[in-house]
Design a protein around this ligand. Structure first.
Ligand code: MIG
Length: 823
């Protein structure tokens, strides 16, 4: 082999960990011997004493659970699940000589007896959706022990599926990869990976859920297993996809669409619908490692105001604490945190503080006096640190198998981690947030929660750390991937208790499936490079396809030195991402919107202002994500899954159903190709109409990112704002983009934006329909439903057509159904 090729394959070998496992060599589950049927499930008893349980949860949701050479355990627990009490739908069972057929109104599950192969079919057409390529398998002989994180903790298990000739794969949460996962393989093992680039795997999060799409028809598989897991989408062999894990159960949920949106809705039912964050979380955010002292924070905020740049949130990174002690304030740097938050609050800006899992290891000094303060977070902690002390007293910190405290090294130096699997420890941790809430902090940012350990980032230093785990007392191999999830849960529930009338707002770096119930996320330590910027689009859309709708990335990139052009192009993506926060590493070149001169700042201002005007539209789409599981930030395939041209399209995205954006992610480019799906599209900037189903060449000067609105849409917009709540959203302007028949429609969702009242009926839904009439257009507004009352305000209706906008009318919104004619 020529040396350069040898080097190439050597590098390839390093990144493709999973190609090491040959799952065809594993022991296959035995043939079916007998089966028993209960009200919800069928249990198959195999010749090798294995069992397979097929449970009917919903007409489009089936659970498969297998045990190898032993009965299925009576214990059945998962952190990820939000719903376990499914009402069993109608289903039936029938038998043939070689198979057992379980049938709901939507899916047929065919369990072939020998060999035991499971097949899913469409109940109406009987066409194949997905089929086992080999029987479920386990590593009976220990062939794969060498590559396992902890061979003591479990046995490798795997399932293999046939792969379609033109099948495409989406999901797996946070991956530094392109949208379509076909011909790629991945590992899930939450890892602190600063400066990651495309192909780096694993990174921070684990979401073992994917969808397969072929010929417009989709299914989903959620492999609910927190051990280090593997997904191979026809990479090591073109014959199969497979997934497996280094322990735990072969336990997966099978979803049938055929629509992706339907699968995402079911996945949200199963693992949790994202609750609505406060509306201000959609505001612009600014961060830096780290802004201190307090006067520096004030300076940044006043710079924002002076420069007429909107801002809702400023973040305090790790230097606000006393020697990185969580739940404390450095009083030299932040003399009076409450006064600071109040002062910022008067300018419409909220504070978010970072909270890491590492609690400084600090036994009480001999000379220490008693703690008497009821606000210990403001007192010096050098003699005794209240958080460490309380945690030790109550035995909430993780220990090794031998009983020693586990002492990793993180920012405070020697530290300890909480065992968040303990309900009491979670409650304690949640309550500690009083140290922030009482000082006016509005949201919490969880970092380093993979959990990162400077001693070793592979987890080896933590291998024998025991977690309570519902009495199972399991070790790191099982618990690493759910650590951040449980920390976020503790945080979210703590905030709920501390401020019951306000929606919690938590941001996390790591997570596990279901994390959307407790936290929003950002994509960690990216680079300030064009390559990293290009990854924003497939990463945001992939997270959306994995049940995590509230996503974003450090705008401008975290590591390294950016420039004005890169920063502008970054804002042209993130001004529509749910989480829009500029953030920079400690030694990085400054990156606030004004740092590269007026030319760039002016363009950034334009997009930030546009974001605030679009808030009614963004919030509407976010509410849809909460209700239906369909994310705000979408790949085109989610809206056009019958269109093969969208299957691997990941340099464009859509916000909701109506806005298509084709950003520029390369230097010095002012024109690009844009694929427009079938239908009519309006250029957002010029109103020029395009017939879709084709690729166009669009003008993309630095000032304007190509954006297109779907004909038939109505985009609700509000006034320009410096921050959310600065003034009433009045008037609401409905920008109407008639389709070829002259119609357009929208249902607008609104609520108070802060309280949990929306979970009852504290919302308002108003439907607006526009239709071409003899002279002009008729716009009808429904009587709203829901009990939220936004107060008096005006509606403006504005009809877009090619050329300049004419046809505007303003009416008072009096909460009744009405119809107006626009000439
Ligand atoms: O070891 O808190 O991803 O956003 O600024 C680095 C300091 C720790 C990593 C986070 C980054 C944050 C930084 N943190």
């Amino acid at each position: 082999m020529k040396p350069f090729i040898a080097i190439f394959f050597c590098v390839l070998g390093l990144v493709t960990v999973s190609s090491a496992q040959d799952i065809t060599k594993l022991e296959k589950i035995g043939a079916v011997d007998s089966f028993t049927k209960s009200e919800k499930a069928v249990v198959f008893n195999c010749q090798d004493k294995s069992q397979v349980q097929v449970t009917v949860l919903a007409p489009d949701l089936i659970r498969i659970r297998a045990s190898f050479a032993k009965p299925i355990s009576a214990k059945d627990h998962s952190w990820a699940l939000a719903k376990t009490d499914w009402t069993t739908p109608r289903w039936s069972l029938s038998e043939t000589n070689d198979a057992v057929l379980i049938r709901t109104d939507e899916i047929e599950v065919l369990v072939h007896r020998s060999p035991l192969l499971i097949e899913f079919r469409d109940a109406k057409t009987h066409s194949l959706i997905n089929a086992d390529e080999q029987p479920m398998a386990y590593d009976a002989k220990g062939l794969l022990k060498d590559m396992m994180f902890d061979p003591q903790a479990g046995t490798f298990i795997a399932a293999a599926k046939k792969v379609g000739f033109d099948e495409h794969f989406y999901g797996l949460g946070e991956k530094a990869a392109r949208l379509d996962k076909r011909r790629s393989s991945f590992v899930n093992w939450n890892s602190d990976t600063p400066g990651y680039t495309e192909g780096k795997d694993p990174i921070y999060q684990t979401v073992p859920f994917f969808t397969g799409l072929q010929n417009g028809s989709a299914y989903g598989i959620f492999f609910d297993n927190s051990y280090r897991s593997y997904f191979d989408f026809a990479k090591s062999s073109q014959q199969r996809i497979w997934f497996g894990a280094e322990g735990g159960e072969l336990n997966y949920y099978f979803f049938y669409g055929p629509s992706l949106k339907k699968i995402l809705n079911r996945y949200a039912d199963l693992t949790g619908h994202m609750p609505l964050p406060p509306l201000w979380a959609l505001g612009n955010q600014q961060s830096r490692w780290s802004y201190y002292p307090d006067t520096m924070v004030e300076e940044v905020v006043s710079e924002y105001r002076k420069r007429d740049l909107p801002l809702d949130v400023i973040h305090l990174d790790i230097d606000y604490m006393q020697g990185y002690r969580v739940f404390t304030w450095d009083r030299q740097r932040f003399r009076d945190p409450k006064a600071l938050s109040e002062k910022l609050g008067r300018q419409g800006v909220k504070l978010i503080t970072i909270v890491d899992p590492g609690v400084k290891y600090q036994p009480v000094a001999k000379s220490a006096g008693q703690i008497t303060s009821i606000t210990p977070e403001l007192e010096p902690q050098d003699q005794r640190y209240y958080v460490f002390e309380q945690g030790v007293q109550q035995n909430y910190f993780q220990r090794r198998t031998n009983g020693d405290l586990f002492i990793p090294r993180v920012w405070p130096g020697e530290s300890v981690f909480v065992d968040y699997t303990l309900p009491a420890a979670r409650e304690w941790w949640g309550g500690l947030h009083r140290a922030y809430i009482d000082n006016g902090v509005a949201g919490i940012w969880n970092d380093m929660n993979e959990p990162s350990d400077f001693v070793d980032q592979t987890g080896k230093n933590q291998i024998d750390v025991v977690s309570y785990d519902e009495g199972a007392k399991s070790t790191h191999a099982k618990n690493r991937n759910v650590f951040a999830f449980l920390m976020a849960r503790a945080t979210y529930e703590g905030l709920e208790r501390l401020r019951p009338n306000q929606r919690p707002y938590v941001i996390t770096r790591a997570g596990y499936a279901g994390i959307q119930r407790y936290s929003t996320m950002w994509t960690g330590d990216t680079n300030s490079t064009w390559e990293a910027l290009a990854l924003n689009i497939p990463m945001f859309t992939t997270l959306g396809l994995s049940g995590e709708p509230f996503v974003g990335s450090d705008v401008g990139g975290f590591m390294g030195r950016g420039n004005g052009e890169l920063l502008v192009r970054a804002y042209q993506i993130s001004f529509l991402a749910p989480f829009c926060r500029n953030h920079k590493v400690i030694d990085g070149y400054d990156q606030e919107p004004w740092r590269f001169g007026k030319y760039y700042e002016d363009i950034i201002r334009k997009y930030l202002k546009l974001r605030y005007q679009l808030l009614p539209f963004l919030y509407n789409t976010l509410a849809e994500a909460h209700q239906t599981g369909t994310p705000l930030f979408r790949p085109l395939v989610l809206n056009y899954q019958d269109d093969r041209n969208t299957y691997n399209l990941d340099d464009e995205f859509m916000i909701g159903n109506d806005l298509l954006v084709a950003p520029v992610v390369k230097a010095d480019v002012t024109r690009r190709l844009v694929y427009l799906p079938k239908g009519t599209w309006y250029d957002y900037w010029t109103n020029k109409k395009y017939e879709g189903g084709t690729t166009i060449s669009a003008d993309a000067p630095l000032e304007s990112v190509p954006m297109f609105v779907r004909a038939g849409a109505i985009i609700p917009t509000g006034p320009e704002l410096n921050y959310v709540g600065e003034k009433p959203v009045d008037p609401i302007t409905f920008i109407i983009y008639p389709d070829d028949k002259g119609s357009a429609s929208l249902t607008l969702y609104e609520d108070d934006g802060v309280s949990p009242a929306y979970k009852q009926d504290g919302f308002r839904r108003t439907t607006v329909n526009a239709a071409r009439a003899a002279a002009g257009y008729t716009v009808s507004v429904s009587a709203p439903n829901g009990s939220y009352n936004p107060g008096p305000r005006k509606f403006r209706f504005l009809i877009k057509s090619a050329g300049p906008t004419r046809n505007v009318i303003t009416v008072a919104d009096d909460g009744t159904a009405r119809s107006v004619t626009i000439r």
